[in-house]
Design a protein around this ligand. Structure first.
Ligand code: NAD
Length: 254
């Protein structure tokens, strides 16, 4: 899919990998709409990338549908959709004070998995009305964000791993279902990326995490994620697959 002049939607676009992706897509000539929760952060980002800010909670299917339509009115059908909205959670199934409450588990599933599903589904529905382009008849591309925790979840990642495992598992059936329409579905499973998600960690903990990566011994830069997104958008043979972006990291139990 060509990027220049294409419309793109990026959830979680006000921070971290979503922001880096929105910025790089915009630099490559895309018309970008960023979805996130906080109006102020969104507007700053939208100004910086000359894009569109849409406040949207991805757990709300109607809000996601409205956001997709709103972006479409301004930019045309988004042929590129990147799901980056997500939260981390570090809680055990059996905590000292008792079992992890269902609502804490559900919150992570609702944002990371169901929120991803909502935007993937609504963006795909909108793409159906776009003209197929090029000899392969491509209509669009959806890229979701999983995590290496989908494969090697650590102690304390019970809900997070379940949510990201769901994102991984949706990739192939979604790609298969959308193939007849010329829509690709991919996922990226990042390892450790230097985003505000790690802001609460003390420097020693960040350093220890960086040292756990075989090579290169550092956290990934959000731009490295964004560059992979741009490559996936441009490379039509990438479809129905989850790509790890992790420096050969395999997470230990804790
Ligand atoms: P981040 O916290 O910098 O950005 C996530 C954004 O999602 C935030 O701006 C947040 O406001 C937004 N968001 C949260 N809930 C939302 C909701 N209900 N509706 C709309 N927006 C919402 O984090 P990041 O590190 O850039 O993470 C991006 C994605 O990558 C997440 O799905 C995360 O789970 C995943 N991931 C991160 C890492 C890492 O090391 N940082 C590793 C693997 C996977």
């Amino acid at each position: 899919m060509k990027i220049k002049n294409s419309a793109a939607i990026v959830s979680g676009g006000a921070s971290g990998m979503g922001f880096a992706t929105a910025r790089l897509l915009s630099r490559a000539g895309a018309k970008v709409a960023v979805l996130d929760l906080d109006q102020n952060r969104l507007e700053k980002v939208a100004n910086e990338i000359n894009g569109m800010a849409i406040v949207c909670d991805v757990t709300d299917a109607n809000a996601v549908e409205e956001a997709v339509l709103h972006a479409e009115k301004a930019h045309g059908v988004a042929r590129i959709c990147v799901n980056c909205a997500g939260i981390a959670q570090s809680r055990r199934m059996l905590e000292k004070k008792g079992p992890l409450p269902s609502d804490a588990f559900l919150k992570v599933i609702q944002i990371n998995l169901i929120g991803t599903f909502h935007l993937m589904q609504r963006a795909a529905a909108a793409m159906l009305s776009a003209e197929p382009v090029g000899p392969s008849g491509e209509r669009g591309i959806i890229i979701n964000t999983a995590s290496v925790a989908a494969f090697e979840g650590q102690i304390g990642q019970i809900a997070y791993s379940a949510s990201k495992g769901g994102v991984v598992a949706m990739t192939l059936p979604a790609a298969r279902e959308m193939a007849q329409f010329g829509i690709r579905v991919m996922a990226i499973a990042p390892g450790l990326v230097d985003t505000p998600m790690f802001d609460t960690l003390p420097p020693e903990a960040r350093e220890a995490l960086a040292m756990s990566v075989p090579f290169p011994k550092r956290l990934a830069d959000p731009d490295e994620y964004a560059r992979l997104v741009l490559h996936i958008v441009r490379n039509q043979m990438l479809n129905g697959e989850v790509i790890r972006l992790d420096g050969a990291l395999r997470m230990q139990a804790k």
